[in-house]
Ligand binder design. Structure first.
Ligand SMILES: Cc1cc2nc3c(=O)[nH]c(=O)nc-3n(C[C@H](O)[C@H](O)[C@H](O)COP(=O)(O)O)c2cc1C
Length: 179
């Protein structure tokens, strides 16, 4: 936190209280927000709107019904609610609930190419990567990030080869046998 002071942390609302950061994050959550906000936003941009933070099939269905172009199945990296489910465990049910009405992406714990192929097999269109990119940015700058993404890409290629998948379209749900 000492390093944040130079960046202007004292200006964050509540920063001078006992737990300023906690107060700040609590303040970010707006209880007045409803699904209608998606329609409001759609009226103001031509950009596709993805709703991130979905872990329930009914919420996934609500998001696309409300006009979202898709959802990001995410528990915010497991950093908000300890007991939140792993995104890979809820992915297939959310994909089924969206039923082709929008894109389904996934993030959270994607660390290896095999994690990517599992998410695609369970119906994700793509995955997103958080902390590995931040770690490599800190450790190796732009080249570090490129290297991290390159490792993931090569691991995905190898996993696809070992699964007998010549292209992404052939990565099918039956590859995950525990379902
Ligand atoms: C330092 C940090 C800050 C984050 N802040 C936010 C945030 O403000 N809003 C949000 O939706 N997700 C936030 N996330 C979650 C990421 O957007 C993403 O969902 C998560 O990092 C993906 O999981 P992974 O890091 O395991 O790849 C944050 C993640 C980290 C590591």
């Amino acid at each position: 936190m000492a390093n944040l002071l130079a960046a202007g942390y004292a200006r964050v609302p509540g920063a001078t209280g006992e737990s300023g950061l906690a107060a700040y994050f609590a303040d970010l959550l707006d209880p007045a927000l409803t699904w209608e906000a998606i329609g409001w936003l759609r009226a103001r941009t031509a950009l596709p709107i993805l709703v991130k933070g979905i872990v329930r099939p009914d919420d996934a269905a609500r998001a696309v019904a409300a006009g979202a172009a898709g959802v990001v199945i995410s528990n915010h990296g497991g950093r908000q609610l300890d007991a939140a489910p792993a995104t890979i465990d809820v992915l297939a049910r959310c994909v089924d609930a969206v039923a082709g009405r929008g894109e389904v992406l996934l993030d959270g714990g994607v660390r290896r190419g095999a994690d990517v192929i599992k998410a695609i097999a369970l119906g994700a269109r793509a995955v997103l990567v958080g902390r590995p990119v931040l770690w490599r940015l800190a450790a190796g700058g732009r080249e570090g990030v490129a290297a991290a993404l390159g490792i993931l890409r090569r691991e995905l290629d190898l996993a696809m080869t070992l699964c007998g998948c010549p292209d992404v379209a052939s990565i099918t749900r039956d590859l995950v046998t525990s379902l």
